[in-house]
Design a protein around this ligand. Structure first.
Ligand code: IMP
Length: 502
């Protein structure tokens, strides 16, 4: 007969933390959110630790090189999506590793044939008013000129006017060569009263912009996640099919950590993939695996040699795996079960394999709960997809800005490797949806707010570190009625009340 669990499985929203004693030194400024990313032996330091317990999901709509740089600046890491060609994924990794703070790849580009109408449409999508006019409209194409708000007046010009007729042409631009340092670039900006300085190569191809408005934010961030050469750290998703070609390309590009991206990780394919990495690279290449939802799945991947294990099936916001295939488990229950198995494995072997709760985080307090339940860090998709730095379009819908967000199992992503169970047949059904999420602004501001809430809650629980939270947390299940009690209730909200609960 089949195995039946005694208890139903639960989600984060069904739990709350009960405060513990808060001592006088237990203040948010004293909280450290440092947490291990990869496995380590008792008494040793992990080869890689995160400075904040957040990683961005292995998804087309979330993690490209721009997201990776923004998140590494704040102390977390992105896993660049693997559902793209090996070349383009490796190029993204390389761009992160070659990233020079303050030098920005242009995201608003037009060809010479573009019109004023195109300029306005692009501004609407990116929110940026400085645009490069390049050959072919490519971010690194030959620079022909730039367009800023000063170059046109909508009320006086026809929307059909060609950009070549009103842009500031290359000959009139002040540019700098690629050898320029950030300090020199800043001096040029100040001396010539520029808003943006194009950096070009010897063939006039655009490499980057340095913007005046970024000057303040360029000051170093104490949390930045850097490798030993002071470059930003970056991860990448891989699959269990083309790893023998993909991994060498990613390693050459300088990737710091890999993660097998799959909706179901308790498989022979994952074991073989990890084995291949160990045979070819030993412990030099770090590789996470998953996803699993119970202790048995965790032990399988830990014994296979995974550097960390990801938890979660069916809890993602865009995920319809549970409806489609009937597999999965409530994310909180899965996290608690896997955390117990991780602790037991540590006791038996002296090897600590970090675990990552992946998907289903809706409110900021869900992150603190996931940590308290034993997760070492969280993977988030929807959360990051709402920010300026995600690779998707920003669109106005019914007067509100939204960003696009689609699942890797949706028809749009076509990432059939993620759901692959071997054999030659490609999948004939989808496990994810294509959707919109409310635009939320910059990653930096949102992450700061989420972490501030996390630190305050940790202090309420008397914890200054994540391991301390995991030891001290007191967690209670809540009844359906008490969930109603937890929100604002029996009052009429004023329209100006901010909603900070995302
Ligand atoms: P979110 O943070 O709740 O949006 O969940 C993100 C997570 O959902 C990802 O890290 C993946 O584990 C998972 N995921 C991504 N795409 C799909 C999909 O199409 N179907 C099911 N799960 C998905």
């Amino acid at each position: 007969m089949a195995y039946f669990y005694d208890e139903p499985s639960h989600t984060f929203s069904e739990y709350l933390l009960v405060p513990g004693y808060t001592g006088p030194d237990c203040i948010p400024d004293n909280v450290s959110l440092k947490t291990p990313l990869v496995k380590y032996r008792r008494g040793e330091e992990p080869a890689i630790s995160l400075n904040i317990p957040m990683v961005s999901a292995i998804m087309q709509a979330v993690s490209d090189d721009k997201m990776a740089v923004a998140l590494a600046k704040e102390g977390g890491i992105s896993f660049i999506y693997g559902s793209q060609s090996i070349e383009s994924q490796a190029a993204m990794v390389k761009r992160v590793k070659n990233y020079k703070a303050g030098f920005v790849t242009s995201d608003s580009n037009l060809s010479a044939q573009a019109t004023l109408a195109d300029v306005l449409a692009l501004k609407e999508t990116t929110g940026h008013s400085t645009m490069a006019v390049t050959e072919g409209g490519q971010p690194n194409g030959k620079l022909l000129g730039i367009v800023t708000g000063r170059d046109y007046r909508v009320s006086r010009m026809s929307p059909d006017t060609k950009v070549v007729d009103f842009m500031t042409p290359y000959e009139k631009l002040i540019t700098a060569p690629k050898s320029v340092t950030l300090k020199e670039a800043n001096d040029i900006i100040w001396d010539h009263k520029l808003n943006a300085l194009p950096i070009v190569d010897e063939n006039q191809n655009l490499l980057y912009f340095v913007f005046r408005k970024d000057y303040e934010s360029r000051k170093s961030n104490p949390n930045e996640l850097l490798d030993d050469k002071k470059r930003y750290m970056v991860g990448a998703g891989i699959n269990t099919r083309d790893y023998a070609e993909r991994i060498p390309a990613l390693v050459d590009a300088g990737v710091d950590v890999l993660c097998i991206d799959s909706s179901e990780g308790y498989t022979e394919w994952q074991r073989q993939t990890i084995k291949w990495v160990r045979e070819n690279y030993g412990d030099r290449v770090k590789i996470g695996a998953g996803n699993v939802v119970d202790g048995e799945g965790f032990r399988f991947l830990a014994e296979a040699g995974a550097d960390f294990v990801k938890i979660g099936i069916g809890g993602g916001s865009i995920c319809i795996t549970r409806e489609t295939k009937g597999i999965g488990r409530g994310q909180a229950t899965a996290t608690i079960d896997v955390a117990r198995a991780r602790d037991q494995y540590f006791e038996e072997t002296g090897i600590y394999v970090p675990i990552c709760s992946d998907g289903g985080i809706v409110y900021d307090y869900h992150m603190t709960l996931a940590l308290a339940m034993g997760s070492d860090f969280m993977m988030l998709g929807r959360y990051f997809s709402r920010f300026d730095e995600s690779p998707t379009r920003k669109i106005m819908i019914n007067g509100t800005y939204m960003k696009e967000y689609w699942g890797e199992g949706s028809a749009r992503a076509r990432n059939w490797q993620r759901y692959d169970l071997g054999g030659d047949k490609k999948l004939s059904f989808v496990e994810g949806v294509d959707s919109y999420v409310p635009y939320a602004g910059s990653l930096k501001d949102n992450v700061a707010l989420s972490l501030s809430k996390m630190k305050h809650t940790m202090c309420n629980c008397g914890a200054l570190t994540i391991p301390e939270l995991q030891k001290k947390a007191k967690i209670t299940l809540v009844s359906a009625t008490s969930i109603v009690e937890g929100g604002a209730h029996d009052v009429l909200l004023k329209e100006s009340t901010p909603n900070q609960n995302q």
